[in-house]
Ligand binder design. Structure first.
Ligand code: NAD
Ligand code: MLT
Length: 312
């Protein structure tokens, strides 16, 4: 039996070698399809591989008459309508481990960019300004990092922050105080964590329960001059509330890798000098992209060939 596979977001060419080498598979890479074009073409394919850009909607899935499996080369599956997939008997697999390290490293890079105004100072110097007074930063040592969501990435961030001699306190409803103690970090409710923290970083999935969990009410509870980092998902932090909290000086700065709507060209948060931002680059390393593409390609091949998958 032979299978047609559509790859609709850019994936590492080295990572998809298992698919290219499989004899019973024909790979089509079309990374600029409009939503309408995707809906028109999807019935030709047995499998669809995506990163985070392609929106795999109910409409796409229902038109995928031959679709058997959707592979997500990364962690978050919030761009895929999981209910529709289940209803249509289409399995969804992801690659949950391959980009953990890269996302944690990016979070630390954002944390340090924020604390030392590196992007702002760089821009200023590029504009021929030598301004040492304006870009005085704050040390991380002895500051408290609040981590919301202590899964794979949150845990890696905790370890690295301890290396920076920060105090770490975390909230995750599926973690325990005992485990936190073993890691040498504090544990509390969401309120306790955000009240104590000098820096707050979120590492939860985007779910109904986590959408806007950092909202106007949460900002009110925080220390004055708190710093916010989001390298998880746009939508966990209420962007309007964040904007207001920065303008009112409640929040001293924010580092954002992800946004409620992506991609975008204009965003009011980017107008603020206190905001440093990257265009969803948390997993964008050669290493992570190769691993997630290999993981998801192997699972897709296994499934199409009648084997069980590793990451359903
Ligand atoms: P994970 O599943 O290992 O960890 C998520 C943690 O969030 C879990 O421990 C879970 O218990 C916790 N959680 C769930 N609901 C919660 C709630 N209401 N309050 C607090 N904690 C809650 O996932 P991960 O691999 O650590 O990834 C975390 C997030 O980072 C995901 O949204 C993922 O998509 C995102 N991510 C972004 C990038 C990027 O490029 N910026 C890269 C990788 C992952
Ligand atoms: C993920 O959920 O894995 C990230 O958003 C990274 C990505 O999509 O590349």
């Amino acid at each position: 039996m032979s299978f047609n596979i559509l790859i609709s977001d850019p994936l590492s060419e080295d990572g998809i070698q298992p698919l290219r080498e499989a004899e019973n598979v024909h790979v089509v890479m079309e990374t600029n399809l409009s939503p309408e074009e995707l809906e028109e073409r999807i019935s030709e394919f047995d499998a669809l591989l995506v990163r985070s850009s392609t929106q795999v909607t109910r409409s796409v899935i229902s038109k995928g008459k031959n679709l058997k499996i959707i592979g997500r080369a990364g962690v978050g599956v919030d761009n895929i309508d999981l209910d529709a997939a289940t209803e249509h008997g289409v399995i969804v697999v992801n690659a949950p481990n391959g980009n953990t390290n890269s996302a944690a490293e990016h979070t630390m890079a954002m944390l340090m960019s924020l604390s030392r105004n590196i992007p702002q100072a760089y821009l200023s110097l590029k504009n021929h300004q030598w301004d040492r007074k304006k870009y005085v930063g704050v040390e991380l040592r002895d500051k408290t990092l609040g981590i919301v969501g202590l899964g794979r990435i949150g845990t890696e961030v905790a370890t690295r922050a301890k290396g920076q001699r920060m105090n770490v306190v975390a909230y995750d409803p599926f973690f325990t105080e005992e485990k936190a103690e073993k890691m040498g970090i504090g544990y509390g409710t969401l309120e306790e964590v955000i009240q104590q923290a000098d820096f707050i970083t979120v590492h939860t999935p985007l779910l109904k329960e986590t959408r806007h969990m950092i909202n106007g009410k949460a900002f009110e509870m925080m220390k004055d001059g708190v710093y916010i980092i989001n390298c998880a998902r746009g939508g966990i932090i209420d962007e309007d509330a964040l904007y207001d909290a920065i303008v009112s000086n409640k929040v001293a700065g924010a580092a954002l890798d992800v946004f409620e709507e992506e991609p975008f060209m204009d965003h009011k948060l980017l107008e603020l000098p206190e905001v440093v931002a990257t265009p969803h680059l948390g997993a964008s390393t050669l290493e992570a992209q190769e691993i997630v593409a290999v993981d998801v390609s192997e699972d897709v091949l296994r499934y199409l060939n009648g084997d069980t998958v590793r990451n359903p």
